[in-house]
Design a protein around this ligand. Structure first.
Ligand SMILES: Cc1cc2nc3c(=O)[nH]c(=O)nc-3n(C[C@H](O)[C@H](O)[C@H](O)COP(=O)(O)O)c2cc1C
Length: 421
């Protein structure tokens, strides 16, 4: 019986443990979590979502405060088109976060950064170019392009000195999206180094329709993409993602030719994960019925989350002067429209409720949007319940090694001594 450790992911002539920990914004996949994956010979992701805010928290910078001050005049104005990002500041924040992570790296693995195209930041092209270039400047090993088709993203960095050296990858959920992407990059003579194929059971945003995601399954999509790659004579590692809960689940994909797997949910309850401790306990406690897919994200993509997430129904004032990561090319965000509608319908009310959309920037920043994978309800089976009714938080190393060495769908429990730590 095979285990994950019997396989290796080959990238650029080197071999890695074929486990990637997926990017989880905003700073849920922390540097500490990514560094553990790299130390153990796999691949970890940080995320550049809301990186000025992440930098403020980690490095005592004041990017968000400065931006808020600059746009204070606009706070009561529902037209947010004036709110822009200073590209130099954005680059500085990215270089701080990426640079510090890379400096701390030990071991044979790699650190990638997850860059979501849907963070359009009221200037989609310019801000994305800045984010990608600054991450390359700061020495990131690779960039995973996510939450969008990224048809123009390689073009944005084609003149960067590290364009061919850094590993560049894309997340797709269908053979169609992959075809579109490959057609675009063929003009640049630069194929992606890896392709993450994310199925409908993943956490975060989903690349499927809100009404039809249940009709898809990761094995089928992987088979279709394998067949396409073979027909096109393309040899690019495919990384399967979404709902892979045990080492045996992973082996099921590796045996069929996947180069690796990307996993995230099991790491949400590790010490190194950025979620606050009480939120980790919410994830542990969740039942299957608590896990829903809804349309509250202003991005337009369905998102999976716990139904008790505080973000749902919250009618806070849009926080674009401080954040504004989802402002589109015209300076609008779907939450602003929903918020305005409710304010107009309830004049004078101090208790505005908005159910159809949420202010994702503010709520992700405050860990009040509990996005999660479909297997979250099984997390309680991966640990010990403590005397006070809470669950023992795990180490990232424990979870990583459980994926790497487990057979027979077994889940290794942590040493109970951990409980006292
Ligand atoms: C809490 C959480 C946050 C996530 N945030 C992001 C994100 O910011 N960008 C992204 O591309 N994927 C995100 N994902 C998806 C993961 O990177 C990963 O591909 C997926 O969840 C793997 O499936 P699994 O969670 O079932 O293991 C997130 C997943 C979780 C659980």
């Amino acid at each position: 019986m095979k285990r994950v450790d019997d396989f290796r992911l080959r990238l650029g002539g080197k071999e890695y443990v074929p486990i990637m920990i997926g990017g989880m914004g905003v700073d849920i996949s922390t540097s500490e979590l990514a560094l553990e994956a790299a130390r153990l010979g796999g691949i970890g992701h940080i995320s550049d979502a809301m990186v000025p805010d992440v930098s403020d928290r980690k490095f005592d910078t004041s990017f968000v405060k400065e931006k808020t001050k600059l746009y204070k005049f606009n706070i009561n104005n529902m037209d947010k088109s004036a709110v822009k990002f200073d590209l130099d500041r954005l680059a500085e924040a990215t270089r701080l976060h990426v640079g510090a992570t890379m400096q701390a790296k030990k071991g044979d693995g790699l650190i990638f950064v997850n860059c979501m195209e849907k963070l359009t930041m009221n200037a989609p092209k310019e801000t994305l170019r800045t984010r990608l270039s600054a991450a390359l400047d700061a020495g990131i090993d690779g960039i995973t392009m996510s939450a969008g088709l990224h048809l123009g993203s390689f073009e944005l960095i084609k003149d960067h000195p590290r364009f061919h050296e850094a590993k560049l990858g894309i997340i797709v959920s269908s053979v169609r999206a992959l075809q579109l992407f490959l057609r675009k990059v063929s003009r640049l003579n630069r194929n992606p180094d890896y392709i993450i194929v994310e199925g409908p059971l993943a956490g975060g945003h989903l690349g499927f329709g809100i009404d039809d995601w249940q009709q898809y399954d990761l094995h089928t999509i992987m088979d279709e993409i394998h067949a396409y790659m073979k027909a096109e004579n393309l040899d690019i590692p495919l990384i399967a993602a979404g709902g892979i809960f045990t080492g045996s689940d992973a082996v099921g994909f590796l045996e069929k030719g996947a180069g690796g797997v990307q996993v995230a949910t099991r790491f949400t309850v590790t010490r190194e994960c950025g979620l606050p401790d009480d939120v980790k306990q919410e994830y542990y406690r969740a039942s299957e019925e608590d896990i829903i897919v809804n349309g509250v994200s202003p991005t337009g993509y369905p998102m999976r989350m716990l139904k008790q997430t505080p973000a749902i129904g919250s009618g806070i004032r849009p926080g674009c002067e401080s954040y504004g990561y989802l402002l589109d090319a015209t300076g609008n965000c779907a939450y602003i429209n929903s918020y305005n509608r409710e304010v107009q319908a309830n004049p004078g009310s101090k208790d505005i409720k908005v159910f159809d959309k949420t202010c994702l920037c503010t709520h992700m920043r405050n860990f009040n949007c509990w996005t999660c994978g479909s297997t979250t309800w099984r997390l309680k089976d991966t640990t010990h319940k403590l005397a006070d009714g809470s669950y023992q938080v795990l180490s990232a190393e424990h979870v990583f090694k459980d994926y790497q060495f487990s057979v027979d769908n077994q889940l290794a429990l942590p040493p109970a001594a951990d409980a006292a730590a």
